[in-house]
Design a protein around this ligand. Structure first.
Ligand code: UD1
Ligand code: MG
Length: 447
């Protein structure tokens, strides 16, 4: 296979987002749009990836450097058009002799499989699509044989050309040498005064080089320019995730209410009830049941475990097989052994719960003193009484118990019972006398 490189354009201002966050860092499925674009380039087998960033957004640059290193950044300043942007990547690709593909940082649904066909052609290949509404897009002008003659931008198009619905997705591939030599010829004599990448098609033809269009699905190439389109991209992304999950055998009675992240790993045989949100980093094993209105991120849920309704699993929650986490229970950075249960109104933060241990209603792992966090260890088979405060660092041994309402500040040995509450005092008849006395007083006061 010829070596491949990708140039991802992300130097636009993104002003229509009306956001302090640069456009390409907005998330779809919990992942920055730019990362989706880089994922696609990696999946295409691109050995070099260059992201063209503007001088106006240091955070985009930092994002690229963190993921791909300094060598992957090319700065375009000022932004003078898409051809100018691709040229900005030339130095970063010095010495590269294979094929390059140009993509955008704001097309989060584009997958490698949608555009892999763009490689391997002679000359210049453009990825096109049939637009439901072609307004604003460049139009692909095809000859009688379906060959690509030119791309005309909406602003430059004649009324006749405006009726064309076959549009330019923006994705273009060619050998690096052809691409950069054509780009050197692009002029900016057009209504926007910009250097249009799309002009390389006519320039290639003029040289006698081949040009062709390959087609992709409109949804796959959709670009995000404003918040409404971001929401549309998210909706499409979610529906793709749900369909894939259901195709694997995930049971979801109300799929439209379930929100996935880009990396949610969910095996067939999992049930997800309505109104569940999966943040990034979630893995669910077969037989698990996520009950309604639960919020789960950074967590692993074992086979046949039950979570919710109204449960919250935060990063580092690792639930073994058959674990039950019930309503209004929050688990963070705690490993729960197989068969353990925390069914009601509980906070488990930083620690571990042994196999088959039972955590009573209202239990709190008191993990934080305002400065540092500490761990709570609950042993195998332990029974934590309702409303126990476990003041970390502390350990409750295997098969140990705590009495209801305990405030546990010292370790409880294996098999022991710890009671840590004031002893009950009962005064026979006291309440009855009190009630009668107070009633009489109230009557005397005429109320
Ligand atoms: C571009 C195409 C158009 C196509 C459409 C698809 C050109 C001239 N037009 O139009 O044919 O139908 O995309 O969505 O290529 N960018 C830079 N530097 C610049 C200008 C743009 O990095 O100087 C980046 C933007 O951040 C964006 C991408 O290039 O990611 C496309 O730019 P945009 O201004 O949105 O182009 P369109 O007018 O939509
Ligand atoms: Mg655009």
């Amino acid at each position: 296979m010829t070596a491949r490189a990708a140039i991802i354009l992300a130097a636009g201002q993104g002003t229509r987002m009306k956001s302090s966050l640069p456009k390409v860092l907005h998330p779809v499925g919990g992942r920055a749009m730019l990362d989706h674009a880089i994922d696609a380039a990696e999946a295409l087998g691109c050995e070099r990836i260059v992201v063209v960033v503007g001088d106006h957004s240091p955070s985009v640059r930092a994002h690229v450097v963190a993921r791909l290193g300094e060598g992957a950044v090319a700065v375009q300043d000022p932004p003078l058009g898409t051809a100018h942007a691709v040229r900005a990547a030339e130095a970063a690709l010095a010495g590269f002799e294979g094929e390059v593909i140009v993509t955008y940082g704001d097309t989060p649904l584009l997958k490698a499989s949608d555009i892999a066909v763009a490689f391997g052609g002679e000359g210049v290949t453009v990825v096109g699509f049939e637009a439901r509404d072609p307004t604003g897009y460049g139009r692909l002008l095809l000859d009688a044989d379906g060959g690509l003659e030119a791309i005309v931008e909406h602003k430059e198009a004649t009324p006749d050309q405006l009726t064309v619905t076959t549009c330019n997705s923006g994705v273009m591939a060619a050998s690096a040498s052809l691409m950069f030599s054509l780009l050197a010829e692009v002029r900016n004599e057009n209504s926007k005064g910009e250097y249009y990448l799309t002009d390389v098609v006519e320039l290639a033809r003029a040289r006698g080089a081949a040009t062709r269009a390959v087609m992709a699905n409109e949804d796959a190439v959709m670009g995000v320019n404003a918040q409404g389109e971001l929401a549309q991209a998210e909706a499409l992304f979610q529906s793709i995730q749900r369909d894939a999950a259901m195709a694997r055998g995930v049971h979801m009675p109300a799929p439209d209410t379930v929100h996935f992240s880009w990396d949610t790993e969910i095996e067939g045989g999992v049930t997800v009830e309505p109104y569940v949100v999966f943040g990034p980093g979630v893995t669910l094993a077969s037989g698990a049941r996520i009950r309604a209105f639960s919020h789960i991120e950074g967590a692993t849920v074992g086979a046949d475990a039950q979570v919710g309704p109204y449960a919250r699993l935060r990063p580092g929650a690792v639930l073994g097989a058959h674990v039950h986490v019930g309503n209004f229970v929050e688990v963070k950075n705690v490993e729960m052994g197989p068969g353990s249960k925390a069914n009601h109104l509980t906070y488990l933060g930083d620690g571990s719960v042994g196999p088959r241990a039972n955590i009573g209603a209202g239990t709190i792992f008191c993990n934080y003193d305002g400065f540092f966090k500490y761990r709570t260890e609950v042993g195998e088979g332990a029974l934590i009484g309702s409303n126990t405060a476990l003041v970390a660092p502390v350990r409750v041994g295997a098969n140990a118990m705590t009495g209801s309402g305990a405030v546990i500040t010292e370790d409880v040995p294996d098999g022991a019972l710890a009671i840590a509450r004031a002893k009950q005092v009962t005064k026979p008849g006291w309440a009855q006398e009190f009630i009668e006395m107070m009633r009489a007083r109230k009557m005397a006061a005429g109320k």
